[in-house]
Design a protein around this ligand. Structure first.
Ligand SMILES: Cc1ncc(COP(=O)(O)O)c(C=O)c1O
Length: 399
């Protein structure tokens, strides 16, 4: 029985969709809100983009700030977490020999940003190896701290890791790095809507997060939060009018980021609708939605681990609404370097109608499957995934 909540989405019913984690999926109600914004923009584009947009953005930013428990002054919209990471890292003034710290659970695009900045400055990227499987969060903190040196200038730390779906103990990591005088850029691409956030208390140097994943906003909605003492030195990934054109009553930080050239800002403007919609799906609001997704991810992982005869790689407390499991030995072939889309992932989709990312991770690289849990998913979806994996690993053809 599919979840009755699936009707809130426009998802293709012929696909078992277990990859909310990559790009999210925007509910009908939020798409409708975006359509209304678009209609208004196209009725009078100059009125909308020149005269109305600044106040509309401020209003959307306020709602987002409430949701993130942050001060709106410290918050700007960006198109995606990649843009947030680019802004922070490319604003650093690095010297030869400086070190940028990350972990081996980071996201390739963001690692590339570090590598590019390091190459330009003669600096280097240091990769902390966080064990996986792991017993508890102390191993994560220890691995990160053991890679710190007097040359560490910035640590880019994921809040929820992409390949392994681990929720890092981000508060403890930020405070431990602060004690060494190191700024943390939190890559929170997966965190908003998946775990509770209180940015006003968390207070890293920088935090970027996507809203098109677990907040279910339209694609192109993300944010960058910066501590007040770091805002003046920050430049957006795209430099535009705000660099020398000040608006009365607004900060240089907002001026620089609010207008990244002409674009469709309706994803940003639809963020309040997404926050409102997600909070009204269950009587317990966002907390209930997050808890349901977390429990579904954990129970799905137990079900799949049993079916695939795999051990659990981390305790349930380190999971939010996604989980990762090693694929059976038979699926560790064919070779792991066969292109951007893993052939097992391609076959899961093409032969079994299951959309779930197959991640190649670790040293040596091994194949893992990552599965997401969103309100439209049900236990049956994970049974289908388990049977599809078993059939592929037994060399059987689809039913
Ligand atoms: C940890 C992490 N960081 C950054 C990103 C990049 O997100 P985007 O493509 O929206 O910029 C992702 C995407 O899945 C991610 O998982």
């Amino acid at each position: 029985m599919p979840s009755p909540l699936v009707e809130h989405w426009t998802l293709d019913p012929s696909v078992v969709f277990l990859n909310h984690g990559s790009f999210g999926a925007c509910p009908r109600a939020v798409l409708e809100a975006q359509t209304e914004w678009r209609a208004r923009m196209e009725r009078q584009p100059v009125q909308f983009l020149w005269r109305d947009l600044p106040d509309l953005l401020d209003a959307a930013r306020e709602k987002l700030a409430d949701f993130l428990k942050a001060d709106p002054d410290d918050l700007v919209f960006v198109a995606n977490a990649t843009a947030g990471v680019n802004a922070v890292v490319r604003s650093l003034h690095l010297s030869p020999g400086d070190e940028l710290l990350t972990t081996d659970h980071d996201y390739n695009a963001c690692r590339n940003v570090l590598a590019e900045a390091a190459t330009r400055a003669g600096a280097k990227v240091v990769v902390a190896k966080v064990p996986f499987p792991l017993r508890d969060e102390t191993q994560i903190i220890e691995a990160i701290l053991s890679a710190v040196t007097p040359r560490t200038r910035l640590a880019m730390i994921d809040h929820i890791t992409s390949p392994t779906a681990l929720v890092f103990p981000i508060t403890k990591i930020i405070r431990a790095l602060e004690a060494h005088g190191i700024d943390t850029l939190v890559d929170g691409a997966h965190a908003p809507g998946a775990v509770p956030l209180h940015l006003g208390l968390l207070r890293p140097a920088y935090y970027t997060g996507n809203l098109h994943k677990w907040v279910c906003a339209p694609k192109g909605a993300a944010f960058l939060w910066a501590r007040p003492d770091r805002q003046d030195a920050l430049r957006p990934a795209i430099v535009s009018h705000g660099e020398n054109t000040r608006r009365p009553g607004r900060s240089p930080f907002h001026d620089r980021f609010d207008w990244p050239g002409t674009l469709d800002p309706t994803a940003w403007l639809s963020v309040p609708a997404a926050i409102q919609w997600g909070g009204s799906l269950f009587p317990g609001g966002w907390e209930e939605l997050r808890d349901r997704n977390r429990h579904l991810a954990s129970s799905a992982r137990a079900l799949l681990a049993g079916r695939l005869n795999q051990t659990l790689p981390c305790p349930n407390e380190l999971l939010a609404s996604m989980a990762t499991l090693l694929l059976p030995t038979a699926l560790q072939q064919p070779p792991l370097d066969a292109g951007r889309f893993d052939p097992i992932q391609v076959r899961l989709h093409a032969e079994h109608g299951v959309e779930a990312p197959v991640v190649r991770w670790g040293e040596p690289k091994r194949r893992y499957v990552r599965f997401s849990a969103q309100a439209y998913n049900c236990t049956e979806d994970y049974r289908t995934l388990g049977e599809a994996i078993l059939r592929l690993s037994n060399g059987q053809h689809p039913r």
